[in-house]
Design a protein around this ligand. Structure first.
Ligand SMILES: Cc1cc2nc3c(=O)[nH]c(=O)nc-3n(C[C@H](O)[C@H](O)[C@H](O)COP(=O)(O)OP(=O)(O)OC[C@H]3O[C@@H](n4cnc5c(N)ncnc54)[C@H](O)[C@@H]3O)c2cc1C
Length: 297
């Protein structure tokens, strides 16, 4: 959403003088990155996040392939998110680096525990109203609020939600020490692998330990198993309603029988170290099912 730029002449000089402001809804990876990019362009930025400041956990992301970055800001963000490592990275490490950058930026005001309830705009500005009754105005308003975006509901009321893509990804991170030593990968094992299963596939990545150590035994194994056989379960548990994703399939909600079947399937499909990593995640209920959705306009 953006205000009618013809009503005031907004140009590079106007922005650089700090006259322009933006409100970003959502402080996950997209919201944090967008906030940093807008601040670098000279805007005053307010980022509003409904969750608290407590660090959140995830699995892993690949953020190192910067060949298509054309602008200085894109290169800066890529380096910031990846930490300069050319490997997959823990989601939580990426979020931590972005948050640290945002919190050190005096042009960005990041507010946690702030749920946006309504959005609106007129010719002069766009604004949001939060659950605390506060109103935040901006020359532009960015929706980085995920798959059931309140901003998208406003700008695209005919198609407000992303559509369930028909599969989920099981994700987890396992500390290398938690699998038998004989199955731990060697120091020169590929950091990223993508084996095919039986109508499904796995992404496996070896990442540094939480303290940054890459020594044998200290590293972590991140795995993501693409699975299109759980759609009935997702609907039964309310994770998906109609074609709209409602929420993740949290470890505590995964039925025992599903875990048993997953362990059997894993044994039929995956080689070490991924098999042991997956079995450990199943035994300790340290995995999340992420129903995947895609946005169509
Ligand atoms: C905790 C977490 C862990 C994840 N782990 C992985 C992973 O390991 N691997 C992977 O590939 N992908 C992971 N994902 C998904 C991945 O982060 C996203 O694909 C990527 O971050 C881009 O999504 P996004 O920033 O657009 O939206 P999302 O990550 O979905 O974030 C949307 C943000 O908006 C906030 N929000 C929503 N509604 C409102 C509102 N009304 N007011 C204020 N704030 C609002 C949410 O709390 C959330 O922080 C994870 C997502 C989360 C939230």
């Amino acid at each position: 959403m953006r205000k009618n730029f013809r009503s005031k002449s907004i140009n590079d000089t106007f922005i650089k003088e700090g006259n322009c402001s933006a409100v970003v809804v959502g402080a996950s990876l997209s919201g944090l990155m967008t906030g940093i990019a807008l601040s670098r362009a000279g805007l005053k930025v307010t980022i509003l996040e409904r969750a608290g400041a407590k660090p959140r956990s995830g699995a892993v992301l690949q953020v190192d392939s910067g060949e298509i970055d054309r602008t200085k800001t894109a290169k800066f963000l890529r380096k910031l998110a990846s930490g300069g490592y050319r490997s997959a990275e823990a989601w939580s490490s990426i979020q931590f680096r972005l948050r640290t950058e945002v919190e050190a930026d005096s042009r960005i005001d990041l507010r946690y525990d702030t749920r946006v309830q309504t959005v609106n705009q007129d010719d002069n500005s766009a604004w949001v109203v939060t659950d605390k009754g506060e109103t935040f105005h901006g020359d532009i308003l960015i929706g980085a609020d995920g798959h059931r975006s309140i901003v998208r509901r406003y700008v695209s009321p005919h198609k407000p939600n992303a559509t369930f893509a028909g599969y989920l990804i099981w994700v987890a991170i396992v500390v290398e020490k938690d699998i038998p030593e004989k199955h731990r990968p060697s120091l020169n094992a590929p950091k990223f692998t993508m084996p095919d299963g039986i109508g499904d596939f796995l992404l496996g990545s070896i990442i540094a330990g939480a303290d940054g150590s890459t020594a044998l035994g200290d590293r972590r194994l991140g795995w993501a198993w693409y699975d299109n056989t759980q759609n009935d379960l997702l609907r039964r548990l309310g994770c998906v309603e109609g074609d709209v994703v409602q929420h993740l399939l949290h470890a505590s909600d995964i039925p025992e029988q599903t875990l048993i079947e997953l362990a059997e399937k894993a044994s039929d499909r995956w080689a070490q170290p991924w098999l042991d990593a997956i079995l450990h995640s199943i035994q300790t209920r340290n995995l999340i099912g992420t129903p995947i959705c895609r946005v169509r306009s």
